[in-house]
Ligand binder design. Structure first.
Ligand code: NAD
Ligand code: TYD
Length: 334
């Protein structure tokens, strides 16, 4: 089997490539990644010399480059995306380019190359904010509230259209918030851990009571693996771990694991259009594909905090350069 993975130098993609090379030593894995600010080949340093793995730097919007790289692939798994809500609020154009146009470019290239299966890595955020006691299922209406979520929703529609119009074999996953090793420190958990380690303030948006369903990244990789191998064509699968926590619960957990004082918590201006609650119902993937989250929130957080504590060079490199400018822009006058 030959897998064409886009965005494999990012957080979930790099964890997924590591998972594949370990679980399926016969598979060939091609990582096609533009290496934006979020892409980091350090995330795959330990597998870079594996003879089954190769890396190609390229943009999913570049049809010629994709056509060349995709040759011979059996399955495409599209992780490549602009993925941060706050950046999408600053400007949506890159999100439309990569997430929408890029996905359509890949679909066209995959169809021309007669790829067997196209897998779209989408997000539970396409369904917008969930009321208390309500859970997102695969048939919940799509009501994206951020420019990021709107672009991921548009991409999903193009994937579906390729299935209906051209009979392409497609599967889509909608995972909840992932956390774990190699997550870029613009997202909540790594941002708070790395700030706390340096005794910097922890900027909590609004009242800190927004709820997310936290999924350990290795559980997500196993779920994507299950959908890739066993998911039914044209279907969508939610991935969640029923680990709903408020942002304050997440932050106090990590402060306690680090032995840092809760006084580092600082309330700042809320995010525009901030979704109050995400809560995903994973019954379909559990019952149909036999997948279940294995990591508890407590054990996943412990592993994550220890990983960031012990990877000081990785942290120092990701928190330098453009990250400093980003942080100032986003937080200095918040
Ligand atoms: P990330 O931002 O860490 O990584 C994105 C990767 O895509 C980077 O390596 C980047 O270089 C690459 N990329 C960006 N634009 C590209 C382009 N035009 N061409 C080729 N490569 C490009 O993202 P992540 O958190 O690993 O998320 C991966 C996917 O999973 C995304 O599609 C995201 O929408 C989805 N998702 C993420 C989460 C989460 O909690 N992180 C949850 C559900 C779904
Ligand atoms: P984030 O990791 O950006 O994921 P998403 O918005 O896609 O769910 O944010 C998770 C939650 O944490 C969200 O409610 C916003 C909040 N948050 C903060 O309070 N402070 C921060 O500095 C960041 C980055 C996020």
């Amino acid at each position: 089997m030959r897998l064409f993975i886009t965005g494999g130098a990012g957080f979930i993609g790099s964890n997924f490539i590591r998972h594949l090379l370990k679980q399926y030593p016969d598979y060939k894995v091609i990582n096609f990644d533009k290496l934006t600010y979020a892409g980091n080949l350090d995330n795959l340093r330990d597998v870079a010399d594996n003879s089954k793995y190769s890396f190609i730097r390229g943009d999913i919007c570049d049809r010629q480059a994709v056509d060349e790289a995709i040759k011979g692939a059996d399955v495409v798994i599209n992780f490549a995306a602009e993925s941060h809500v706050d950046r999408s609020i600053e400007g949506a154009n890159e999100f439309i380019k990569t997430n929408v146009l890029g996905t359509q470019t890949l679909l066209d290239a995959a169809r021309t190359a007669h790829v067997y299966r196209f897998m779209q890595i989408s997000t539970d955020e396409v369904m917008g904010s969930c009321e208390a006691n309500e859970y997102f299922t695969e048939s919940s209406p799509l009501r994206p509230n951020s420019p990021y979520a709107a672009s991921k929703t548009a991409a999903e529609h193009f994937v579906r259209a390729a299935h209906i119009t051209f009979g392409m074999d497609v599967v889509t996953t909608r995972a909840s918030n992932n956390y774990g090793p190699y997550q870029f420190p613009e997202k909540l958990i790594p941002l708070m851990i790395t700030n706390a380690v340096e005794d910097q303030a922890l900027p909590v948006y609004g009242d800190g009571k927004n709820v997310r369903d936290w999924l350990y990244v290795e559980d997500c990789c196993r779920a994507i693996d299950a959908v890739m191998h066993k998911g039914r064509s044209g279907e969508v699968y939610n991935i969640g771990s029923r680990a709903e926590k408020t942002n304050l619960e997440v932050i106090t957990t990590l402060l306690d694991l680090l032995g840092k004082p809760h006084s580092l918590i600082t309330y700042v201006k809320d995010r525009l259009g901030h979704d109050r609650r995400y809560a995903t119902d994973p019954t379909k993937i559990e019952q149909e594909l036999g997948w279940q989250a294995q990591e508890s929130f407590e054990s996943g957080m412990e592993k994550t905090v220890r990983w960031y504590q012990s990877h000081t060079k990785w942290v120092a490199r990701t928190r330098s350069g453009d990250y400093i400018k980003y942080y100032e822009r986003m937080y200095s006058s918040r």
